[in-house]
Ligand binder design. Structure first.
Ligand code: NAD
Length: 472
């Protein structure tokens, strides 16, 4: 990123202002929504090896217009207050876009997780959770963290365990955090949720023949050439599901230590196995490692999925993009300077606050599951199976024909938790895409999908504030 470019937080604020200027909401209300409501900056000591380290960490609640507030926790050496404020702001808009009834929040601990042992990470996570408890910044009805960059279900299990230690008798306590392991009150399908949502979003955008024609692509995700930057949770699932279910071709994958390329397509399952064995994506049979690891940006492809960190596509490298679609799986991967260049180049940008909302959507399902104290599908699965079987029996009797055993099994299957989670996620992502696209089509002054997504979110958040009677 050039020094003249704005920070991630300023970019979010500028994008907000661009959208807010196209609405009729009162100025005071727009100013209220824009700001972060509560910022908790903390420092705490943790004994690492033989010495004490003072750990810098944050939790920001951007908007409490709906509670609990919700958002992931990031472990990265780049964490600072502004970054967490930017991410918390995006969470408010993200939740509104996918109609998840939460305010936005985000947490961050300024550490490089790979520099610490598992035991040290556990100590840091537990201490961070205690700090949140002390200040009333966590709880099923207050603020509910989840995984983000550098964290996963392991960290969420530690947070849960710490919270439970302090919440004797609180019946809904397990809903204090989402993204937990399935056997620790998690939900099936949460780990893959953000990547799966990214796939549904891209598939929906690609399915519109008119929009695809405008950017010189044929409709449909099948056969589209994809490059993914960041092969972590979000990037790897986006790639795997686009390949397995969408028949897309993954031609490039970039990680912090290098970029691999194969125009014939990289088998994502094999790449995951290769990395597990060798510790790196590099050296995968059949792929070429690019001489300059930053050249992921200029690989000839149809869809570029940045899935690592913010500010990756900036005013310095934006002109090198060959893709026709940038699918923002990461938060804030495109700077304001880059966005101007990319829109000028006629590139379609699927904005982060819509495209990566699959994670918070399934976190919402997990939270609901925890509050209901029951697995989705438990009540109706067998009932539905019995009903479908009787229908088949009746059809067979009336037609004097037998339906094959395999077909019977498919038709009479009742939905399990994973089926319901995936179907709820698909419905959410498809509906939200059309809401944003239709808004842009309807209101000619809206210049791009990001602004449309912002306005869609802003209208919902502003209506909530008005309904509260806070503004006349
Ligand atoms: P992760 O830690 O699982 O994976 C990130 C990957 O990016 C890692 O493999 C890392 O090595 C790689 N990386 C780091 N720097 C890189 C670079 N310069 N070039 C290429 N690769 C690089 O994190 P994640 O959970 O997949 O999050 C990725 C992004 O998606 C973040 O912006 C996060 O905020 C966003 N996001 C995550 C979720 C979620 O559910 N985890 C939900 C919404 C949005």
């Amino acid at each position: 990123m050039t020094t003249q470019e704005h920070s991630f937080y300023t970019t979010v604020q500028r994008n907000y202002d661009k959208a807010a200027a196209l609405t009729d909401w009162p100025k005071g209300l727009l100013a209220q929504i824009r700001e972060c409501n509560s910022v908790y900056q903390m420092r705490f000591p943790v004994k690492v090896g033989n010495h004490y380290e003072v750990i810098e960490a944050y939790r920001v609640q951007h908007s409490q217009h709906r509670q609990p507030t919700k958002g992931g926790i990031r472990y990265s050496a780049m964490v600072d207050q502004e970054e967490v404020m930017a991410l918390a702001s995006l969470m408010t808009y993200k939740c509104a876009i996918v109609d998840v009834p939460f305010g936005g929040a985000k947490g961050g601990i300024k550490i490089s997780p790979h520099k610490y042992s598992e035991n040290d990470l556990k100590k840091i996570t537990r201490r961070y959770t205690v700090e949140l408890i002390k200040k009333g910044f966590i709880g099923p009805g207050i603020d509910v963290p989840a995984p983000d960059y550098g964290t996963g279900e392991r960290e969420m299990a530690w947070i849960l365990d710490t919270y439970l230690t302090f919440s004797r008798g609180e019946i809904d306590a397990v809903a204090c955090v989402t993204g937990k392991p399935v056997n620790q009150n998690g939900i099936r399908g949460r780990t893959e949720a953000t990547g799966r949502g990214v796939y549904y979003g891209i598939r929906e955008a690609c399915s519109n023949a008119e929009d695809m024609k405008a950017i010189g692509l044929t409709p449909g995700i099948a056969g589209k050439r994809i490059v993914v930057q960041g092969f972590g949770n979000v990037g790897s699932y986006s790639a795997a599901i686009s390949q397995n279910e969408g028949d897309a071709k993954i031609v490039g994958v970039a990680e912090y230590n290098g970029t691999i390329y194969d125009p014939k397509g990289i088998d994502v399952a094999k790449l995951l196995k290769h990395r597990k064995k060798t510790g790196s994506i590099l050296g995968m049979a059949g792929t070429k490692t690019l001489a300059n690891k930053q050249d992921w940006i200029s690989i000839d492809c149809d869809i570029l999925i940045p899935a690592a960190l913010e500010n990756q596509i900036n005013a310095e490298n934006a002109h090198k993009v060959k893709a026709k679609i940038i699918a923002e799986a990461a938060n804030g991967p495109v700077t304001a300077g880059a966005e101007e260049i990319l829109l000028e180049m006629g590139i379609m940008i699927l904005p982060d606050m819509y495209l990566n909302a699959g994670g918070v959507t399934v976190s919402y399902f997990e939270w609901l599951k925890n509050l209901s104290h029951m697995r989705f599908g438990r009540m109706e699965k067998r009932f539905n199976q019995n009903t479908y079987s009787s229908i088949i029996d009746t059809v067979e009797k009336l037609t004097h024909q037998n339906i094959g055993d395999k077909e019977k099994r498919i038709i009479t299957r009742g939905a399990d938790e994973i089926d319901l989670v995936r179907s709820g996620l698909e419905e959410t992502m498809v509906t939200a895409y059309h809401n944003i696209r239709d808004l842009k089509k309807r209101r000619k002054k809206i210049p791009d999908l990001r602004t449309a997504a912002f306005i869609n979110a802003l209208d919902k958040v502003a209506s909530d504030y008005m309904a509260m009677g806070v503004f006349p």
